[in-house]
Design a protein around this ligand. Structure first.
Ligand code: SF4
Length: 398
């Protein structure tokens, strides 16, 4: 079992908080789709005899692709990989692109991609919308291209097209954001009949406009206390709306967890295509494609399908152990203790439980099921997820 990630590193404009690799050179999109199809085809031997359970087209802004190009990329994937009939196929979409795509005369627009296309290719069955906020002032501040009304219309348009698996992204802790503004975001989010919500605390990444403005004193960062209060409010509201809190930043209606993201947390092999995309063989090797559109295009197109530059990294035992601890503790299920022992040995499991003991006493960590022995899982109690990094660093080797 494996998953595929396809990176579309193009954005019409750059958002103020974002440090992802992307470019605004949209005119290169058709050539980029050609190069991407070459990479997808050439690297099929890296996953022989493996069933693909999820395809995720992310970015950047995949919704800048025309339906024809998007269709071509999907057809190439379906022609060269063994895709599960029930595969989750997600595309990230910006709200302001929905109207354009849903009315495009090109190939009947987005609606054509949402219909099953027989053996040759599956339909997109999940949309992830980058909304971030329903407050127009905050959206302008962080330089998103849409406003709140457009975001709401985008969700409704997708629902009218029959999409019944919609995820939205929100950010909390934006500069000067109040708890009331965050409540307003949650009011709207939970009124939209969506199936999945990803909510992230704002982080100030080096090199972004937001970080520069903070250094220049032009914006005010919210306090840690307010950020924690926002997270708590988020957990309460999600629970009231019958959303499961299945990972620190992810909530869903029952049965709608993101299969793609869950694969990353459980060390399933994946292939990532496109500049800056990462791959993992499920064992010790990670690969990172170089974050350069020009190098990527020239290798796959001009140098006749020679692989674009990439680096590889071989993970040590300690790194694998740390990753298993970190990924397990990010989820509501926690670390599966028998699987952990099988993978790393009883001695390492004993070490983990010894390091965890003070946190278990303080109820920041829970051994589950609570009243049964032997315990099967170790997980962070939901109220302590805001300090998960501190707990994890106590349990990790580095
Ligand atoms: S947040 Fe998304 S749309 Fe904005 S610059 Fe980053 S990748 Fe592009």
């Amino acid at each position: 079992m494996s998953v595929l990630y396809i990176h579309i590193p193009f954005c019409r404009t750059r958002c103020a908080y974002c440090d992802f690799y992307s470019t605004t050179r949209e005119a290169e999109l058709p050539r980029y789709a050609d190069a991407l199809c070459c990479e997808i085809e050439e690297r099929r031997c890296e996953l022989p005899h493996t069933r693909i359970t999820s395809i995720y087209i992310g970015g950047g802004t995949p919704s800048l692709l025309s339906p024809t190009l998007l269709n071509r990329i999907l057809d190439t994937i379906y022609a060269h990989y063994d895709i599960d009939a029930d595969a989750e196929v997600t595309v990230e979409v910006n709200p302001d692109d929905i109207v354009r795509l849903s009315t495009s005369p090109d190939d009947n627009g987005l609606a054509a991609l949402l219909r099953p296309r027989g053996k040759a290719g599956g339909a997109i069955n999940r949309i992830s919308l980058g909304i971030q906020s329903f407050d127009d002032g905050l959206l302008r501040l962080i330089r998103r291209r849409h406003d709140a009304a457009t975001a709401i219309r985008a969700v409704q348009a997708l629902q009218a097209m029959g999409i019944d698996n919609i995820s939205i992204d929100l950010i909390y802790g934006l500069p000067s954001q109040t708890i009331e503004q965050w409540e307003h975001d949650l009011d709207i989010a939970f009124s939209l009949n969506i199936q999945h919500l990803s909510a992230y605390a704002l982080s100030y990444e080096p090199g972004t406009a937001l970080t520069r403005w903070r250094e220049e004193g032009r914006i005010t960062e919210v306090s840690d206390e307010l950020s924690v209060a926002m997270f708590r409010r988020l957990c309460q509201r999600a629970s009231k709306a019958d959303f499961e809190h299945y990972e620190i930043s992810n909530f869903c209606r029952p049965g709608y967890h993101s299969r793609h993201n869950s694969s990353y947390w459980t060390a399933i092999p994946y292939l990532g295509f496109g500049p800056a995309a990462h791959s993992y063989d499920g064992q010790r090797t990670r690969r990172a494609n170089t974050p350069s559109l020009d190098a990527y295009l020239s290798a796959w197109l001009d140098a006749k399908s020679s692989p674009a530059p990439y680096t590889t990294e071989t993970l040590t035992d300690d790194e694998l152990y740390d990753e298993a601890v970190m990924c397990g503790l990010r989820t509501a299920a926690g670390i599966d203790l028998s699987a952990f022992s099988r993978r790393f040995g009883q001695r390492h499991l004993d070490t983990l439980l010894r390091e965890a003991a003070p946190h278990i006493v303080a109820h920041r960590l829970l051994l589950l099921p609570e009243n049964a022995k032997p315990h099967t899982h170790l997980r962070i109690a939901e109220p302590s997820w805001m300090v998960a990094d501190d707990i994890m660093s106590d349990l990790m080797t580095s």
